[in-house]
Design a protein around this ligand. Structure first.
Ligand SMILES: Cc1cc2nc3c(=O)[nH]c(=O)nc-3n(C[C@H](O)[C@H](O)[C@H](O)COP(=O)(O)OP(=O)(O)OC[C@H]3O[C@@H](n4cnc5c(N)ncnc54)[C@H](O)[C@@H]3O)c2cc1C
Length: 287
């Protein structure tokens, strides 16, 4: 195997300078759990590599005045265990728990999962319903874009070759909000998602408002389910309401048949996962 020229800067400013000089001729690696597979399968010839894993300034989880901020290099393991995320972004902790295996969770980063732009990425549906904003930085400036505008298709994003994704932020969940992430894989763990459903809403008693739903693995990129969300707006949760919401979400799912599953099964399972998530959340509610 030929050797690959690799840069391992210790400062973000140095990393951005290298990116701006090399542009298309260099690939960013963080935990390398996605990119190593692509390189080994020869889907990608990386040219040179920019290893950003030593940029400790990009490892943090904090809450500032109602906003949760997560540094790009934060691993799935750190997210899964973070008291801030468990309380203020609960469904994101649930998604991080599901990712891969302990080894993958210790290496794989949140920004790598987002930047890889896979429609099956587990942290993206939760980040969508949380209303996340991505901070992209280059040596010439910084811009912030909503996560829903980031991926344009499988493996394709609006990020420029001279930019790094440095931070992901979202409004912290409040005590009157409920959330869940449910996914179906071949196995519970160590399998790629066939369908993923993320849900967030305000909840007074069992009455839902400000509903947001995102679906993974049922379209070329993660999508929202606006008709299902509109149906649930202002409704009291009941098994009948959940069943009707499931029928609507199945019609919003745009699944395809591939090696992992069939179109009709995936669409049906989007509805089943919504019902399962509701049952999990509301089983602890009185009445
Ligand atoms: C066995 C196995 C099981 C897995 N299971 C799951 C699973 O259950 N769910 C799931 O969602 N994923 C899974 N994955 C995929 C992968 O582990 C995750 O997507 C992980 O979060 C990727 O992060 P990384 O840091 O390793 O990314 P890398 O492989 O280092 O990078 C991935 C892509 O993102 C780019 N990139 C990384 N960081 C940045 C940045 N800060 N700015 C700009 N570009 C950047 C890279 O250039 C590359 O294109 C699995 C992978 C393996 C090998």
């Amino acid at each position: 195997m030929k050797s690959i020229e690799t840069y391992s800067p210790r400062k973000l400013s140095e990393a951005l300078r290298i990116l701006s000089e090399r542009r298309e001729g260099i690939r960013v690696i963080a935990g390398a759990t996605d990119i190593i597979v692509q390189v080994l399968e020869r889907k990608k010839d990386p040219g040179a590599l920019l290893n950003i894993s030593y940029l400790d300034e990009l490892r943090f989880i904090r809450e500032d005045e109602g906003t949760v901020r997560i540094g790009a290099l934060t691993t799935h393991r750190e997210i899964e265990r973070s008291p801030i995320i468990k309380k203020r972004g609960k469904l994101l902790a649930e998604a991080a728990f599901i990712v891969g295996s302990p080894q993958i969770k210790n290496l794989g980063t949140i920004a790598g999962n987002v930047a890889n732009a896979s429609p099956v990425a587990d942290v993206v549906p939760p980040l969508m319903v949380l209303g996340s904003v991505l901070t992209l930085k280059s040596s010439s400036g910084e811009r912030r874009i909503p996560i829903g505008e980031f991926a344009t298709g499988p493996g394709a994003t609006v990020m420029r070759p001279d930019e790094l994704l440095i931070e992901i932020s979202f409004p912290a969940l409040r005590p009157d909000e409920i959330s869940f992430y449910e996914r179906l894989g071949q196995r519970r763990l160590l399998s790629i998602s066939k369908v993923g459903v993320a849900f967030r809403a305000r909840c007074a008693g069992k009455k839902l408002s400000d509903v947001s739903i995102a679906l993974g693995a049922v379209a070329p990129r993660v999508i929202t389910a606006p008709r299902t969300a509109a149906f649930l707006e202002g409704k009291e949760y009941s098994e009948e309401v959940a069943a009707e919401a499931a029928r609507i979400v199945e019609s919003e799912s745009k699944a395809i048949t591939d090696i992992r599953s069939t179109e009709s099964y995936r669409n049906r399972m989007a509805g089943a996962l919504l019902i399962r998530g509701f049952a999990r959340v509301f089983q602890s509610f009185p009445g």
